[in-house]
Design a protein around this ligand. Structure first.
Ligand SMILES: [Zn+2]
Ligand SMILES: [Zn+2]
Length: 425
């Protein structure tokens, strides 16, 4: 099977390429790139007016499989991924049972091989049962395809457990991924602490709950030399802590979500539970800081924290609703919106979705160089569409962007040389 993608604007930030080029894919590998390639192929894709980029990589999704398939499973989650332009996702371990052992990791890998539409990289738990007490078998898990460790959904509250995790993981290369929250400061808060929370009469979560834990984890990374990745950074202080740590040479990376660079706590007005997430939507000033971090390289990756929930888990009063939104199918246009708003340029935007996340977790991909696996996303940057949650490919429909006009979408998502998704019409 060979595929020729002609006449597209190839943007491959990892290799410093932005040019009108053709791409020839043969047997799953990028076999040739160049202008005006005259090669026989089984299929030709005309990409005139389109962007041709390395397959997008989302390093933070919840596929809910095993155990919570009524929200999402590996088939539906990876279909949502390819529909959103992603050719690879890394999935968090807070499933039932928790991915804290090789049996669950192998189940995810096998299931992804059978029904997955894109590559699936398991992230395993830092501690058994996400309980924050004893470490998982990190060495064994690393050797069997686990790409990172996280108790996501919960912080590792005990500092000495986190210290040992960072020490233990050092020889394996995989990062410890911090879900940074100081729970005693979170209390029973349900949204960002501030003016809007006061007006709505909802309990607030202060920025310091996040900053304090990021600071602790960054310092532990500095102490141990272990690799730290900060998930869904959402505060000005958090971005500044990572910026300064990077200057000192600490091995730290971080990601931000589309909702944290697009929405503020104003979105909670009306008590819309689709605006309830963790970390919460923050202030205008925090949003500006996230955008600065995306622009100056402090933030390495855009990740969705795709968190499907059933209608019944959101259709309750705000205090009781579960946290999180689906994000795989709206991430690309929201990132391209940053380009339109001149926050970042196109090359930086694509880097944040490709080589940036690949680098943060040490994954393959994120490159269109000759000889690389042919994971490629063809994007129509001008395609305008309206978000209709019912039509998303995810099993769950909990999006705060319902009714939003979006510009830009993946029109073809190619995984290992095969067209895994094609947008019709
Ligand atoms: Zn989290
Ligand atoms: Zn998460």
């Amino acid at each position: 099977m060979s595929l020729l993608i002609k006449n597209g604007r190839v943007v491959d930030p990892g290799n410093d390429v932005d040019a009108q080029l053709d791409l020839f894919i043969d047997r799953g590998i990028i076999a040739e790139t160049g202008a005006g390639l005259e090669l026989e192929a089984d299929e030709v894709v005309d990409a005139a007016g389109k962007l041709v980029v390395p397959g997008l990589i989302d390093i933070h999704v919840h596929l809910r499989d095993p155990g919570l398939e009524y929200k999402e499973d590996i088939a539906s989650g990876t279909l949502a991924a390819v529909a959103g332009g992603f050719t690879a996702v890394a999935c968090m371990p807070n499933t039932q049972p928790v991915n804290d052992n090789l049996a669950v990791t192998r189940y995810i890998q096998a299931r992804a091989g059978e029904v997955g539409h894109c590559r699936v990289y398991p992230i395993a738990a830092i501690t058994r049962g996400l309980k924050g007490e004893s470490l998982t078998e990190m060495g064994e898990l690393s050797e069997n395809g686990v790409v990172g460790f996280s108790d996501d959904g919960r912080p590792v509250e005990n500092g000495s457990v986190m210290r040992r995790a960072l020490e233990y993981v050092r020889p394996f290369g995989a990062p410890i991924i911090s879900h940074a929250e100081e729970l005693s400061l979170v209390g029973d808060g349900v949204m960002n602490e501030g003016f809007v929370a006061t007006e709505l009469g909802l309990k607030g979560i202060p920025w310091v709950a996040e900053d304090a834990m990021i600071a602790r984890d960054v310092m532990l990374a500095e102490l141990t030399g272990g690799r730290l990745h900060v998930a869904h950074i959402s505060t000005r202080g958090g971005v500044e802590i990572v910026r300064q740590a990077k200057k000192r040479g600490v091995r730290v990376t971080c990601e931000a979500t589309p909702h944290h660079f697009t929405l503020t706590d104003e979105a909670v007005r009306g008590y819309d539970t689709n605006a309830k997430m963790n970390p919460p939507l923050r202030s205008e000033d925090d949003l500006a800081a996230i955008r600065e971090g995306l622009a100056d390289g402090t933030i390495d990756a855009i990740a969705t924290d795709h968190a499907p929930h059933h209608f019944d888990e959101k259709n309750v009063e705000f205090n009781l609703a579960l946290n999180g939104i689906v994000g795989l199918e709206t991430a690309l246009p929201l990132t391209l919106k940053l380009v339109e708003e001149k926050v970042i340029d196109l090359k930086r935007a694509i880097a944040l979705l490709t080589c940036g996340p690949a680098g943060a977790l040490g994954l393959a991909g994120g490159s269109l160089a000759k000889g690389q696996p042919a994971d490629v996303t063809v994007i129509d940057p001008d395609l305008e569409w309206t978000v209709e949650p019912e039509k998303l490919h995810s099993r769950s429909k909990n999006s705060p962007f319902g009714g939003w006009r979006m510009k830009g979408a993946a029109v073809a998502t190619i995984v290992g040389g095969n067209v895994a998704f094609r947008r019709e019409g």
